[in-house]
Structure formats: C-alpha cells, structure tokens
Design a protein around this ligand. Structure first.
Ligand code: HEC
Length: 152
C-alpha cells in the first residue's frame, strides 16, 4: 500500500512535470495519475525538484525520520552534519541502507534502515536527498540522478 501510494505520487509529479523538466527519472508515468496531482507546481525547475523530493520523503522516509526531520525510529536528519556533508556518503547510505551503531549530535542510534536502491528510482533518490540536504535549516547542494546511479 505504501509503495503503491509512492508510485502514484511519483508518477503524478513526473507526468505533470514532464515537459518542464527534461531530466526526469526513469519511473513510469501514467495518464490517470497525471490528472490528479499538483497542477500549480510547474513554475521553475527548482520548485519541481523540491516538490518531488518532498513527496518522496513524505511517502518513504517520514515514518522513521518525521516530517520535520527531527527523527523518531531513525536519527534526526535536520541539523545532521552527515546529511549536509559529503554527498557520496549520503547517497551510499540511502542507496544501500544502514545498520549498526551511529552517533548523531551526541545521541547513539542502533537501528536498521532498509536499502532504497531498487525500491526507488535514481531520480527519486536524487530528489529526496536534495530535499533532506536543503530542508529544516539544512543548507547543502543538490545531488543528481547520475551521481546516485554511479555511487556504490
Ligand atoms: C524503517 C525506518 C526508516 C525509514 C523508512 C527510513 N529510514 Fe533512514 N534511517 C533509519 C535508521 C534506523 C537509521 C540509522 C541506522 C543505524 O542506526 O545504523 C537511518 C539512517 C539514515 C541516514 C544516515 C544518518 C546518519 O547520521 O548516519 C540517512 C541519510 C537516512 N536515514 C535517510 C533516509 C531517507 C532519505 C529515507 C527515505 C528514502 C529514509 N531514511 C527512510 C530508519 C529509516
């Protein structure tokens, strides 16, 4: 169910933006999904990228990391130096998942995050990483689908 919603969301955004953004990712688009979502969000490529990242985040990440990025089951992503640091490290974690003890802002976490590669397309992973790097006061640059595809 969660995935079905995610695919619908992603498809709707992509379909709605397909003319505005030529480097949309490889997710399939459907005419039915296109008719339902976000007609007012076409203004600029920047708006498109962050809108899509927000949708991917809300569907796939917020259960564990919360919509405000402050964390719950998962560690906080807001104010997290790893998230705003080396882009390759963030991509590696989101692509491959993470397990084992980590320390974030002095607090210890020892949970498991699933791998997202294969579940989400490279464009959606790029959009969601761009979103977490630039939300809740985080200020770090975007990542591209090509970077996601070429990072192990
Ligand atoms: C099922 C819960 C869950 C979901 C869903 C989830 N995460 Fe996580 N995430 C975690 C846990 C737990 C950790 C820490 C793992 C550990 O303790 O080793 C983590 C760690 C991370 C980290 C590394 C943080 C650090 O400081 O090392 C990033 C980045 C991250 N998640 C991003 C995401 C993104 C982006 C999504 C959505 C695509 C997502 N997570 C979805 C549970 C989740």
């Amino acid at each position: 169910m969660r995935r079905a919603i995610g695919i619908l969301f992603g498809s709707a955004f992509l379909a709605a933006n397909v003319t505005a953004c030529s480097n949309s990712n490889s997710s399939t688009t459907t005419a039915t999904a296109a008719s339902t979502a976000a007609p007012a969000k076409l203004k600029t490529a920047k708006v498109m990228a962050s809108s899509n990242g927000l949708a991917v985040y809300t569907t796939n990440c917020s259960t564990c990391h919360q919509s405000d990025g402050k964390g719950a089951i998962g560690p906080p992503l807001a104010g997290n130096a790893l998230v705003t640091g080396n882009a390759s490290k963030v991509i590696h974690i989101v692509n491959g998942g993470l397990t084992g003890t980590i320390s974030v802002n002095g607090k210890t976490f020892n949970g498991t995050m699933p791998a997202w590669k294969g579940t989400l397309g490279t464009g959606d992973i790029a959009a969601v990483i761009t979103y977490i790097r630039s939300s809740w006061g985080n200020k770090a640059g975007p990542v591209t689908a090509a970077q996601v595809a070429s990072t192990p």
